[in-house]
Design a protein around this ligand. Structure first.
Ligand code: NAI
Ligand code: CS2
Length: 486
């Protein structure tokens, strides 16, 4: 902020009090507040619109606290968008209501989702929120939340359970259809959400499942904006700018992209007027983003964390890491993609390097490292399978997987404990307890079918490559291994 080039812009304000909440958003995390809520806010601010959000958090104490904090400030909050050259400060006014089952009760949440005026239910509930097996994208009926919801359908715990309960009321009451809009970083996010929701409904009521199939739409989306979790120092930065505390504030990079398939069951905001791209098929954009951006992010997060870097921008200061991640993008991720003619993957990679290097954004390697079991398939493993079929090189992808394997040991290279946050963390801990830092650990991690499909874990060449990288990481450490792999 002290740089003379760094200009702070306050955006124009307009009265948005006529807004009603026609959209429910499930998972009011940092990303939603800096992305979908911003686009909706811009439509409100610049054009006639009465679209707004009712935010619903279903999980965690922190989620409930945030809902109270939002309500205490009329659901308005600060968004600071920044890169090294400029910053923009906005007050976002797209949220009209905020709810949590612990505050409002489960029934009130389901009734709100089933209210006649609701036309869109969107989601950013993290990869694990979909209760799918990450290797197959199919609903995991053994998931404890799903098990609970099957026996308590009107007192659900999972996101899917809430959606199915609300859709049941809409079906029974003959209400207008809704669009379910997944905005999470999972493969074919709309289609995956559709299969999981219908998969749960079919266990309960065949007619309901058929009604969902016929009436509800599930557009696929590609969502992109780097939005790190807030820290003490980011809240202090906001306070300095606005002169008071804003516990609901978020900080993001300036870049933002949202690509959506235009199949809405019951209308939508005019998001195309504020930069959202509507396309017939999102798949190429989504694959490009998951592999080039997210795959590279995970590569930098695991190797960077092992090497002792706190932030992604720190890893990019190391020329070996930035060269390695560029090589990963161009040589091992880009070849797996088939893109429309107007997309230049070299330019995309160049832009990603700049975004990752943005020192105005403090994105922790430890944050990106969370939930690796849910992220590895779409970010690294799909590309390994592609190369294995083509007979082409995937050395850096294998290094990324090996770095994840070393990371889930729960001990860093300085010998200090690292808290592993992952639904499968107990399985990782058991394997490490039995086998320690040995190649048997690699074999046993590869046996986890929810992550590694058999065509990968049983492929001799793939196993050998991952083991070789793991061995190097054990012997040399992450810094030297990255250099060695160049
Ligand atoms: P966050 O931690 O700030 O918020 C996560 C939200 O998901 C919270 O509202 C939490 O209550 C909810 N949640 C977590 N687990 C859940 C579960 N099992 N069931 C129901 N709700 C659950 O995270 P953030 O930054 O908002 O990211 C959320 C997701 O958005 C990511 O996992 C990713 O899929 C997507 N995304 C995030 C981006 C980012 O840079 N932060 C950018 C692009 C996509
Ligand atoms: C990151 C993503 O946390 C992670 O796993 O890779 O949230 C990333 O910041 C976004 O997808 C960028 O759009």
């Amino acid at each position: 902020m002290s740089s003379s080039k760094n200009k702070l812009r306050n955006t124009a304000r307009r009265n948005t009090s006529q807004v009603t909440s026609q959209m429910i958003h499930l998972g009011c995390g940092a990303f939603h507040r800096a992305h979908q809520a911003l686009y909706t806010h811009l439509v409100l601010e610049k054009f006639q619109s009465n679209w707004g959000y009712c935010e619903i958090n279903l999980m965690s104490e922190r989620g409930a606290i945030l809902i109270n904090q939002l309500n205490e400030q009329h659901c308005n909050y600060t968004l600071l968008e920044k890169d090294e050259e400029k910053s923009t400060l906005r007050t976002i006014k797209a949220i009209k209501q905020a709810m949590h089952p612990r505050i409002d009760g489960i029934n009130a949440i389901i009734e709100k989702m089933a209210a006649p005026e609701i036309a869109i239910i969107s989601l950013t509930v993290t990869e694990k929120g979909y209760c799918i097996s990450p290797s197959t994208d199919k609903l995991d009926l053994a998931n404890p939340f799903i098990q609970h919801d099957l026996t308590n359908p009107m007192e659900p715990q999972s996101v899917l359970g809430y959606i199915v309960a609300a859709l049941r009321l809409r079906f029974q009451r003959n209400l207008p259809p809704v669009t379910i809009l997944s905005c999470d970083n999972i493969r074919n996010n709309g289609e995956t959400a559709r299969q999981a929701i219908i998969g749960l409904a079919i266990q309960q009521d065949n007619q309901l499942a058929q009604w969902i199939e016929k009436n509800i739409t599930f557009p696929n989306t590609m969502v992109d904006r780097i939005v790190p979790a807030m820290t003490e120092s980011s809240y202090a930065e906001i306070k300095q700018l606005i002169g008071k505390d804003d516990p609901c504030a978020v900080i993001s990079e300036s870049f933002s992209q949202w690509v959506i398939e235009d199949c809405f069951a019951n209308g939508r905001p005019d998001w195309q007027r504020v930069g959202v791209q509507f396309v017939p098929d999102v798949a190429p954009y989504e694959m490009m983003k998951l592999r080039m951006l997210n795959g590279s992010h995970s590569f930098l997060a695991y190797l960077g964390h092992l090497a002792g870097y706190e932030f992604i921008s720190d890893t990019m200061q190391n020329p070996d890491f930035s060269q390695a991640v560029h090589k990963l993008m161009l040589h091992e991720q880009a070849p797996t993609l088939t893109m429309p003619n107007n997309i230049n993957l070299r330019k995309y990679a160049q832009d990603l390097l700049k975004r990752f290097s943005n020192r105005a954004i403090k994105h922790k390697t430890a944050q990106i490292a969370i939930d690796g079991s849910q992220k590895l398939p779409q970010r690294l493993l799909d590309s390994i399978m592609w190369h294995q079929q083509q007979g082409s090189d995937y050395t850096l992808l294998a290094l990324g997987v090996a770095a994840w394997m070393k990371y889930v040991s729960g001990v860093n290279e300085q010998g200090n404990p690292v808290s592993i946050q992952d639904p499968l963390r107990n399985e990782f801990a058991e394997i490490y307890q039995k086998y320690g830092f040995s190649l048997e650990t690699v074999d046993n991690l590869l046996k986890i079918g929810a992550i590694f499909p058999p065509q990968l874990s049983r492929n001799h060449q793939v196993v050998t490559k991952i083991k070789a990288a793991y061995q190097q990481l054990i012997v040399l450490g992450a810094q030297k291994t990255v250099k060695y792999y160049l």
